[in-house]
Design a protein around this ligand. Sequence first.
Ligand SMILES: Nc1ncnc2c1ncn2[C@@H]1O[C@H](COP(=O)(O)OP(=O)(O)OP(=O)(O)O)[C@@H](O)[C@H]1O
Length: 342
Amino acid sequence: MSLRIEHITKKFDAATVLSDIDLEIRDGEFISILGPSGCGKTTLLRIIAGFLTPTSGEIKFNDRLYASNNYSVPVEKRNLGMVFQSFALWPHMTVKEHLAFPLQSQKVQQSKDVENRIIDKILAVTGLEKLANSLPGELSGGQQQRVALARAMINKPKLLLMDEPLSALDADLKLSMRQEIQNIHKITGATILYVTHDQSEALAMSNRIVVMKDGTVEQFGTPEEIYGKPQTLFVAAFVGRHNMISGKWDGKQFICKNGTAFPAVPPAECFIEKGICPLRPEELEVNRDNIGICVEIVSKQYNGREFLYTAVDADKKTYHFYAIVTMLFSAGQKIHLTKKSV
Ligand SMILES: Nc1ncnc2c1ncn2[C@@H]1O[C@H](COP(=O)(O)OP(=O)(O)OP(=O)(O)O)[C@@H](O)[C@H]1O
């Protein structure tokens, strides 16, 4: 059982928005589609949902053809649920009515009793019991998004498509809704495709992440692989904000441009070819003996326990690193950075 996205290309007139996307998603996986604005995330989701047809390639779900350039199973026959950034609730319908609607739209109608039991269960799962008779205008943003989630799940879809469902919520609410979505994933066992441009969301929630750039897949892997072993410069910069140290590799040793050397695990081939050692901000530290890369402090951001500093070297290349609050640097100050020894 799986979702197959086979060599999907999508063109809008002359513009190629998706180029040969080829992915196999296993039954019950939580997959995030991560990438910057305009890279084609929503277009891919809309093709899987059935709102757009691919220019070439095929979508198959459990070996059933859902879409090709001349065939498309209608949206309502794809056994999927959808949640969008805008909650898309009807202002005149109560929470309960929102949940009854998908049940009543099914080919086989259930008795009122069965319908009520299903609705009560989903209200309990999403913590909406007390709000069953409320209208959307009487609900908070988080509660409205919960209604949208409950509505997407009520017909027990095998596939849940979510397009930036948390982006309209504030930071606190985002965190609790993340847990809620993970909970829903556990309870339903549905395969979830979750579009986001927020790397922390993708890292926290997914079994695997698809990192996209300009309509292509840059890397498809577990959060640990994406964060710890980026395969391209783009993934390294986009996820984990890696510092790209210039120099050359000599086996398991990296020699910086200024001659400073440190041991490091060799990264993917493209970094070795380009003479780059990708290091995350937490892998760099200030060297008090003036050894390492000389940088000038540009700015700092306080995060409670430490500061995240931004600095530039003589070539104006940017570096990010953390330092505890007692080690205070000011803009313009010159310091040296080395790789933390493990
Ligand atoms: N119906 C359309 N007609 C023409 N171009 C389109 C259409 N839909 C999307 N595009 C273009 O396709 C590209 C990808 O859009 P898409 O919405 O898939 O990106 P995205 O990664 O989801 O971006 P965001 O994170 O900003 O939502 C964009 O350049 C967009 O302008």
